[in-house]
Design a protein around this ligand. Structure first.
Ligand code: BDP
Length: 712
């Protein structure tokens, strides 16, 4: 009777487009079309779990929840295998072992989903070597149904190619999130460790569904307080919630903590008292969190303390912490985002100069965390030259998921294309085909310690990420970290759109087209042709190409665009900073000449005359204006595409996306107008013929101020 009732409710639900607030992310499990449900049901209406601990209970609950939502009927959980049941278990289980499945190559986290016949009945087996592998398999199986796939004749084997797939929360202990645009930090430190709301379980579940297996709880601009006993207890409470989902907790460590909370007078990595302090601190953490992942460190960067304060190297600093966590199996993720106020050299060159001489000097449990580009999470950057230049050191890549430089949460910018572009860049070291992805997955240099980090965009907003489409950036980060070499932005966008919005083919196509064009639109209206770091100071909200008065030259946009009466762009060739020499010779040769430099990176590498003739035949100045206009037009196109989707999308999410697209349209126009007003002024050039003048004079744009813009 209750089943009938449930079935009826499901049928009703599927005929209307209900309001949704986005909390369910891509795990909505809304009913699939009747035909698909009918085809799937014989295979899915009973579950035969094999014994296991809390993770297996989660697998059972997730499969039951997913199948009930998607197919409209709660599957029966049977202790015995009956024909048609979904059987799931690990290799050590006799029933799974009897099936003689090829599990040995799957590793600790991989899974196999296969259609088999047991006792004459068509059965689906989800098998893995560990419980967490099973969990990943369960999510993959549900994804198959969610995206409209068949559950017959399955043979899917998958295992992650990267070991550490971690979120970096830039969350402060007062719940402010640095560069966060989705509310406050979800970590309620004050009420931890006693209060662990269901939100934390939902967070772990969402991450596990996309393969994320680690989370750094606190900001890289770290407070030493995070390492005090009460805060270790709080972190331990979170670790307890996350553990059954296969997620380890890490902490950002402040290098000077031995002074601030340890009562020492120095944090010198070679001082035995400092070494003893870190060892004791690690012991204390591991006593509370036995599977603690390790430390993330930002040192000697933007005012943070570090080993160079004691004339020691980054390797000596990293090794200090590495030795402390090594007995417990922990790792140190040491960031390479460094540049110095005393070094007048091109900021893009400094990390390479600091780190490459240290190749081979780091302990085995250190992995150096390198941003995707050499400046700073710009809408577009060439890949960081350190990839391919430190073969003896494991390097992990760091991406921003939060959109500090891409319009915050209100601009629609799908970052899958940005990630793919960085990962598929060929470092050409030691030879062609040595993509950043293959450096990151360890296959080029034979490293087993591998990782990918994403600066989280998660906050207390009901929809988690500040906007519905920003959920896709969290999603694609996890999916790409699983296999950076093979993953592609477009199929992941499609998968996400199907799970998050609809399986209706035409709508899916439209949503995917919007997503795939979106980041390029932002590049066009913010940083066309290789411009970079032209955002307003501080919050990085809106244009500020005129900013020239900040204390450090490399904080000023004018340092990066170098625009003047004769030309524009940063010369990174031999006549300028020669940053290109940090890349493989084949790339340096290509980028030495503007004619062979991709147009998208032209002004990153070259300072060119405003009259430089572009491949289109237009002079550079006209091309620049044209590109800004193209960006604004792309947003208008996204608005039109989205409007046409109204019948397919639930009302609340439809309206919210529409509103944000309208904001984006205004702000794209603002970026375009302010930028061309400024460049026209500084170049003393009139606007090209036929171009619509900016709505306001330059002074208007310069006077705008946003003291309370978020994330600062
Ligand atoms: C910059 C951010 C700053 C971060 C820094 C970092 O503006 O808030 O602290 O990166 O990555 O992009 O350390």
């Amino acid at each position: 009777m209750s089943c009938l009732l449930a079935w009826t409710l499901v049928l009703c639900a599927s005929t209307t487009v209900r309001a949704e607030d986005g909390y369910d992310l891509w795990l909505r499990y809304r009913p699939v079309p009747a035909e698909q449900a009918a085809a799937a049901q014989p295979h899915t209406l009973s579950l035969a779990p094999q014994a296991g601990g809390p993770t297996v209970d989660i697998v059972t609950a997730e499969l039951a929840r997913g199948i009930e939502g998607l197919l409209g009927q709660l599957p029966a959980v049977t202790p015995r295998i009956r024909p048609g049941a979904i059987v799931y278990g690990t290799a050590s289980n006799p029933i799974i072992a009897a099936l003689d499945l090829p599990l040995s190559d799957l590793g600790r986290e991989g899974y196999l989903i296969r259609s088999v016949t047991i006792d004459g009945g068509a059965t689906t087996v989800i098998a893995a070597n560990t419980d967490v592998g099973l969990l990943y398999g369960a999510f993959a199986f549900l994804r198959q149904i969610q995206t409209g796939g068949s559950v017959a004749d399955l043979d899917i084997a998958s295992s992650p190619k990267v070991a550490l797939r971690v979120l970096n929360h830039w969350d402060n202990l007062d719940r402010h999130v640095e560069r966060g645009y989705s509310g406050q930090s979800i970590w309620d430190w004050h009420r931890l460790p006693d209060y662990t709301p269901v939100l934390y379980t939902d967070y772990a579940r969402a991450n596990a569904s996309i393969g994320i297996n680690g989370t750094v709880l606190n900001n890289v601009n770290a407070s030493a307080t995070s390492l005090t006993t009460p805060y270790i207890e709080k972190a331990a409470a979170l670790a307890d919630v996350f553990r059954p989902y296969g997620i380890k907790v890490y902490l950002s460590a402040r290098f000077s903590a031995p002074i601030e909370i340890g009562g020492l007078t120095t944090a010198d990595p070679l001082d035995p008292r400092v070494q003893a302090w870190w060892r004791a601190k690690a012991d204390e953490i591991y006593a509370a969190i036995p599977d603690f992942g390790g430390f993330l460190v930002k040192a000697n960067s933007e005012g943070q303390p570090g080993p160079q304060d004691y004339h020691r190297t980054h390797a000596e600093g990293a090794n200090l912490l590495a030795d402390a966590v090594a007995p417990h199996g922990g790792v140190v993720m040491w960031r390479a985002f460094v540049y110095s106020e005393e070094n007048p050299d091109d900021r893009a060159k400094q990390a390479y100069a600091d780190f490459t001489p240290l190749d081979g000097r780091f302990r085995d449990n250190v992995i150096v965390q390198v941003k995707n580009g050499a400046i700073d999470f710009q809408p577009r950057e060439p890949f960081h030259p350190m990839f391919g230049a430190m073969p003896k050191t494991p390097l992990m890549i760091e991406f921003q998921i939060t959109k500090e430089y891409l319009g915050f949460a209100t601009h629609l910018a799908y970052l899958g294309t940005l990630y793919e572009e960085a990962l598929q860049s060929d470092t050409r070291r030691p030879g062609p085909g040595a993509t950043v992805a293959r450096v990151v997955d360890g296959s080029i240099d034979g490293h087993a310690l591998t990782g990918m980090a994403g600066v989280a965009n998660i906050g207390s907003d009901r929809n988690w990420s500040g906007s519905h489409f920003d959920q896709a950036n969290w999603y694609v980060f996890g999916r790409m970290a699983w296999d950076p070499e093979a993953a592609r932005a477009r199929p992941i966008a499609e998968e996400w759109a199907r799970m998050t919005f609809t399986n209706e083919a035409q709508a899916v196509g439209s949503i995917v087209e919007m997503m795939m064009a979106s980041r390029e639109a932002v590049v066009d209206y913010m940083t066309p042709l290789g411009l970079h770091h032209v955002m307003a100071t501080g919050p990085h909200y809106g244009p500020g190409p005129w900013v020239a008065d900040l204390a450090r030259p490399e904080w000023n946009p004018v340092y990066y665009h170098q625009a003047g009466p004769t030309g524009i762009g940063f010369d990174r060739t031999a006549t300028g900073s020669n940053a290109i020499a940090q890349y493989a010779p084949a790339l340096a040769a290509r980028w030495a000449d503007p004619a062979t430099t991709p147009q998208t990176e032209l002004l990153w590498f070259h300072h060119l005359s405003w009259d430089y003739r572009m491949p289109s035949g237009r002079p550079l100045w006209s091309e620049l204006v044209h590109t800004y206009d193209r960006g604004v037009a792309s947003v208008a196109q996204m608005q039109r595409t989205w409007s046409a989707l109204e019948p397919e999308i639930d009302s609340q999410r439809f309206e919210e996306v529409s509103t944000f697209l309208a904001i984006q349209q205004n702000e794209a126009q603002w970026w375009r107008d302010a930028s061309i007003a400024y460049f026209s002024d500084v170049s003393a050039r009139p606007l090209p013929a036929g171009v619509t003048p900016p709505a306001h004079p330059l002074a208007y744009y310069k006077a705008l101020s946003f003291p309370f813009a978020p994330g600062n």
